[in-house]
Design a protein around this ligand. Structure first.
Ligand SMILES: [Zn+2]
Length: 266
C-alpha cells in the first residue's frame, strides 16, 4: 500500500538519526512532532512502520529538503522563509546575472549541475526564477488577479504559501540560446532533455512532469526543478514514479480545497 521502495526505509531512518542531515533544530522539531502525536493518542507504529513514518513526518516540516507542498499542503508556517539562502555564482555554465538565491545545498547543486550540463555540450543554464518570498508570491498573485480576474489568476500563479519557490528549493531555468524559455517546448530542447535525464544525479527532479497535473495540480513545467537531495532523488529516479505524491503515497492534489480549480503554473 505504500509507494516508496523498500530501500527508502533504511535511507529515511539513517537521515533522521543523523541530526546534521537536517540541522539540529529540524531534528528536534521532528522529535517534538512525534512526541506531540504520541501524546494525542497516536499509536506508536511497529518498527517497520516507524522506519517509514519517521522520514514521512519530515514532509510536513518547512526547511527540510523533503518538505512536500502542493495545493492541499501549504507551508507551515504559511509565511515561512529559509535562513540559508545564497546567490548562485555566475560562470560560463550558469548565468545568474539577476543574482537570484536558493538554499545552500540547492544553490551548490545547481552550480554543479550546470557545469556538468555545459561540459556535455547541452548549453549554458540561465536562472529565470529561484527563491521567492511569501510577500513576493502574494504580489505576483495579485498582479495576475488584476490582469485576469481571480479564477484565471488561480490558473496562472500559485497562491502564496503554496509555491515551491518559497522553500528556496525550487528553480526555473532555461537555455536562452536554445529558445523555448519557460515554455513547454523547453522539454524538447537539448538542454531540457539533458535536465530531464540527468538532474536527479544532482539532487533535482522535474517536479511537474507531462501528464501529471491531475496529481500535482500544476501543468507540465519542464523548466521547474525541485531540489530534494541526492539520496532521495536517486531513489525517486529508480522508482520510476513521476510525482512526489505517488512516491510518498500521498493523495492527489489537483486543486485548492475550497475550489475545483484545474492545473496552474508555479
Ligand atoms: Zn517554478
Amino acid at each position: 500500500m505504500f509507494g516508496p521502495p523498500v530501500a527508502l526505509v533504511s535511507l529515511g531512518l539513517s537521515l533522521i538519526i543523523q541530526p546534521n542531515s537536517f540541522g539540529a533544530n529540524q531534528h528536534q522539531m521532528i522529535i517534538d512532532r512525534i512526541e506531540q502525536r504520541a501524546a494525542s493518542g497516536w499509536v506508536v507504529p511497529t518498527p517497520e512502520f516507524t522506519d517509514y513514518l519517521y522520514p514521512r513526518l519530515t514532509l510536513d516540516i518547512a526547511g527540510t529538503e523533503w518538505v512536500l507542498l502542493n495545493k492541499t499542503r501549504p507551508l507551515n508556517p504559511i509565511d515561512f522563509a529559509p535562513t540559508n539562502l545564497r546567490a548562485m555564482d555566475s560562470s560560463a555554465s550558469l548565468d545568474n546575472s539577476r543574482e537570484l538565491r536558493l538554499s545552500l545545498p540547492a544553490a551548490s547543486a545547481l552550480e554543479e549541475m550546470a557545469a556538468a550540463m555545459f561540459a556535455d555540450g547541452a548549453g549554458q543554464t540561465f536562472v529565470n526564477s529561484a527563491y521567492r518570498t511569501y510577500e513576493y508570491q502574494g504580489e505576483l498573485f495579485v498582479q495576475k488577479i488584476e490582469q485576469y480576474g481571480e479564477q484565471e489568476a488561480l490558473l496562472r500563479s500559485a497562491k502564496p504559501g503554496h509555491s515551491e519557490h518559497q522553500t528556496g528549493l525550487a528553480v526555473d531555468v532555461s537555455v536562452p540560446a536554445q529558445g523555448c524559455a519557460i515554455m513547454q517546448c523547453f522539454g524538447d530542447t537539448v538542454g531540457g532533455m539533458w535536465i530531464a535525464e540527468n538532474s536527479w544525479r544532482f539532487g533535482y527532479i522535474v517536479r511537474y512532469e507531462e501528464g501529471t497535473s491531475d496529481i500535482t495540480g500544476f501543468t507540465y513545467e519542464p523548466w521547474h526543478l525541485r531540489f530534494i537531495g541526492k539520496p532521495l532523488a536517486k531513489m525517486y529516479h529508480e522508482s520510476g514514479m513521476n510525482t512526489l505524491e505517488d512516491f510518498w503515497g500521498l493523495p492527489a492534489a489537483p486543486s485548492y480545497p475550497e475550489l475545483m480549480t484545474p492545473s496552474t503554473n508555479d
